[in-house]
Design a protein around this ligand. Structure first.
Ligand code: NAD
Length: 496
């Protein structure tokens, strides 16, 4: 497949043109001020990282049990302040109340998971000696935290993406330097306040800003967890390579949902709607391609479009709203450009396609839920990540063709198949090139204790892998102790 250049909004935050001094963040639904942020001077990042490095030693020495107590208190703080966080989240991103309601509980679930499992997961492991001459040695593998972990986050889940990786690192005994997206820096400030109000030490710090601050973070940490677009991910990896800093990349997606002739259409339609238009289509796991077998193609489109037309678009602070605005003007512009591209490519626009800017919508960046049908899989709207509420419906003859269409793309994050045939389901699980496959469920939503991540241009990591995540944030240290000497043996036994 030929590589294409995706349209990408420039690195500017809403209402700001530079990242020094104080920045003002606007509510994308109303244009009102959502809050203000103090941008970090990139020159200050080395000192921030050095402070974290010093505080991390004590954090590590508390041991898993000591840290678990702090994490548990932070979970309680989050539950107590959920209303405040969600209100700010809606103002900062414009997302609907239903979408915003996912983020804080996700962090609480991750915290509960680590509190229950981290002590065992971080225990040193005794290993048998493989060679007879080593049998006189006691061999142990220790997990040592990577001292300072840098998290560079995107804007679409400012609460969840800010910390769902950071919590694994904190549990492992690392300090965390978080660089939130410059478009959504406000909720991260509340999370850091909550961390300190929970009685936690200064092992979580923020660096607020855009590319320059992110680069300074990469240059001063021991591990980089990056979540964002594939284009930026490549730059992050290149920069980190200068110091040979390991990197985990969670990047873009163009996720397919396949609907076969025998599918439960009620389920598939609801799954497709939630997958395509939830969070205004602004998520890596959004259902952006629906591949439908010919036997149900027309019925699926008729019913899907009828439901899409009924979705209520508006300000997320109104709890009856299904879909909020684009995060800012640049993202709306990108969405509208792709809609023009789709029309010019010959796809059939059967729903939406227009900006909403009258009456209640006049101060925001609203777009109608948009559906294209008769999409050729090679079209740009079917290949490039749009990151908005624009979905392409593609006809196919059979499951083999559907899987070929699903795979013939540079991304490989999430995927879904709707069928009642268990054999087909297992074939899809084997053949779909994706980090995640859902059967009879939409492409979105993740369990906190399962690996989450993608293949191909979607990245190189499975970061929220539950216990697996701890592997990311620790290094193994192999320790050999020779106990052939009796005195030494006595000392070793005492340490046990
Ligand atoms: P982005 O790549 O524009 O920015 C992400 C972060 O990188 C921001 O904090 C930004 O300030 C920073 N950044 C910008 N230039 C940089 C540079 N040269 N070096 C280092 N950091 C730099 O992405 P975005 O627009 O914020 O988010 C949308 C993208 O994120 C989409 O592609 C989406 O699919 C992806 N995403 C992926 C996942 C996942 O888990 N795979 C989750 C959420 C979002």
């Amino acid at each position: 497949m030929a590589r294409m250049t995706a349209i990408k909004p420039p690195d500017t935050a809403p209402g700001t043109t530079e990242f020094s001094g104080t920045g003002t963040i606007l509510n994308p639904a109303t244009g009102a001020i959502a809050g203000q942020v103090q941008w970090t001077d990139p020159a200050d990042v080395p000192a921030i990282a050095a402070g974290l490095r010093a505080a991390q030693r004590d954090w590590e020495q508390r041991g898993a049990k000591g840290r678990a107590k702090v994490l548990a208190r932070f979970a309680v703080w989050l539950a107590d302040h959920r209303g405040e966080i969600e209100e700010l989240l809606i103002k900062e991103t414009g997302k609907s109340a239903v979408d915003a309601a996912q983020e804080v509980p996700l962090l609480i679930m991750i915290l509960s998971y680590y509190v229950r499992t981290m002590e065992k997961a971080l225990e040193p492991e005794r290993r048998p000696a493989a060679l007879p001459f080593l049998a006189i040695k006691k061999i142990t593998v220790y997990y040592r935290p990577r001292p300072v972990v840098g998290i560079i986050a995107p804007w679409n889940y400012p609460v969840a993406n800010a910390l769902m990786d950071g919590l694994g690192a904190l549990a492992a005994g690392c300090a965390v330097l978080l660089k939130p997206s410059e478009r959504t820096p406000l909720t991260a400030e509340v999370l850091r306040r909550g961390w300190l109000e929970s009685g936690a030490p200064e092992v979580l710090a923020l660096a607020q800003g855009a590319r320059e601050v992110a680069t300074a973070v990469i240059d001063n940490v021991d591990y980089v967890q990056f979540t964002g677009s594939s284009a930026t991910g490549r730059k992050v990896m290149e920069r980190a390579a200068r110091r040979l800093t390991p990197v985990s990349l969670e990047l873009g997606g163009k996720d397919p949902m396949i609907v076969l002739d025998d599918a439960n259409l009620d389920l598939a339609i609801e799954g497709g709607l939630w997958g395509a238009f939830g969070t205004t289509g602004q998520r890596c796991t959004a259902t952006s391609r629906i591949i439908v077998q010919k036997g149900v193609y027309h019925e699926f489109i008729e019913r899907f479009v009828a439901r899409a037309k009924k979705l209520k678009v508006g300000n997320g602070l109104d709890e009856t709203v299904d879909m909020g605005p684009a995060v800012n003007e640049n993202q709306l512009k990108t969405d509208l450009e792709y809609i023009e591209i789709g029309k010019n490519e010959g796809a059939k626009l059967v729903c939406g396609g227009n900006r909403l800017d009258k009456g209640e919508y006049q101060h925001g960046w609203f777009l109608e839920p948009t559906v294209f049908t008769d999409v050729d899989p090679k079209m740009r709207i079917a290949q490039e990540e749009i990151f908005g509420p624009v979905v392409s419906i593609i006809p196919c003859d059979d499951m083999e063709t559907a899987i070929e269409i699903a795979n013939n793309i540079e991304y490989g994050l999430s995927s879904a198949l709707y069928t009642k045939d268990v054999n087909k389901a297992f074939t899809a699980v084997r053949d779909l090139e994706a980090g995640i496959t859902y059967i009879n469920a939409p492409t979105i939503g993740a369990e906190v204790h399962l690996p989450f991540g993608g293949t191909k241009a979607t990245g190189n990591g499975h970061r929220e892998g539950g216990i697996g995540a701890i592997d990311f944030y620790t290094e193994w240290k192999a320790v050999y102790v020779d106990y052939s000497d009796k005195l030494q043996k006595a000392q070793i036994d005492r340490v046990d």
